[in-house]
Design a protein around this ligand. Structure first.
Ligand code: PEP
Ligand code: MN
Length: 263
């Protein structure tokens, strides 16, 4: 069950040498979408050097407009997996179709369910059968209860390696792309034994707000953060406006660790 049966129940998600929910802060970083090969390899090595634990990168991008860059697909997945291997980082990528779960599982260490698919129950059940850890993002209009029940779909299909990731919700506020629901972090830590991560990139949609919101999430008890990083955000094929430059990530990680250690 997703809900805690007692106060001390805690799930750790193990991915290669890295363990999410073990008390140390987990950092996932990488581009919104996988782009050119050489750039991905270089970025992965730079991220590894900064102490990032897991490389992210979308290859099947659920873009709002069908005319926006849709991701490199299977070629992108090969680039991501190779870049991760080269840098010594496990990789995470989003799966958007139930029929792709098995094949993506052969390349990716963690499967991501995007906000738009949080209640795609066919996809969730397939994730439950995948044998891979699953990072389940919050639907941007989902309540905590609906989100936990979505996680229950994965777990009831036989997979308890589930990570929850708050990525902001729709509110009336439109200065930011989404409203990062800080409340969700401590609430989930009480309700469930699953690790809880924060995505301040989609949660704000503004580069300058990523670090403060990341630190707030860590202060609120998040087990880790997922941050979009791009070597040239102004030329990124998706979400450049919310992507940090690599040199902006290292100080963020240091401050986030300091906040975690101060708890
Ligand atoms: C992503 O992390 O690549 C993504 C598309 O985020 P979300 O599903 O939260 O919009
Ligand atoms: Mn993105």
């Amino acid at each position: 069950l997703v809900r805690k049966q007692n106060r001390h129940e805690k799930t750790m998600v193990r991915v290669k040498e890295c363990c999410i929910g073990d008390g140390d802060l987990t950092v996932i970083a990488g581009p919104c979408a996988v782009e050119e090969e050489e750039m991905t390899f270089e970025l992965a090595r730079a991220l590894k050097h900064m102490g990032v634990h897991i490389l992210r990168g979308g290859v099947f991008k659920p873009r709002t407009s069908p005319y926006s860059f849709q991701g490199l697909g299977w070629n992108g997945l090969e680039i991501l997996a190779a870049a991760g291997q080269n840098a010594g980082l496990p990789v995470i990528t989003e799966v958007t179709e139930a029929g792709d779960v098995e094949k993506v599982s052969r390349y990716a260490d963690i499967l991501q369910v995007g906000s738009r698919n949080m209640q795609n129950f066919g996809l969730l059940k397939e994730m439950g059968r995948s044998g891979r850890p699953v990072l389940l993002k919050r639907g941007f209009s989902a309540t905590l209860e609906e989100w936990l029940l979505a996680a229950e779909y994965i777990m009831s299909a036989g997979n308890n390696q589930v990570i929850l990731c708050e990525r902001g919700i729709r509110t009336f506020e439109n200065y930011t792309r989404n409203t990062f629901d800080i409340n969700a972090i401590p609430a989930l830590k009480r309700l469930t034994h699953l690790p809880v991560l924060a995505d301040p990139s989609h949660g704000t949609g503004r580069r300058e707000l990523v670090e403060p919101v990341a630190l707030a999430a860590v202060a609120a008890g998040a087990d880790g953060i997922m941050v979009e990083v791009h070597p040239q955000p102004e030329n990124a094929l998706s979400d450049g406006f919310q992507s940090l430059r690599p040199h902006e990530l290292a100080p963020l990680i240091n401050r986030a660790r300091a906040v975690r250690d101060a708890l």
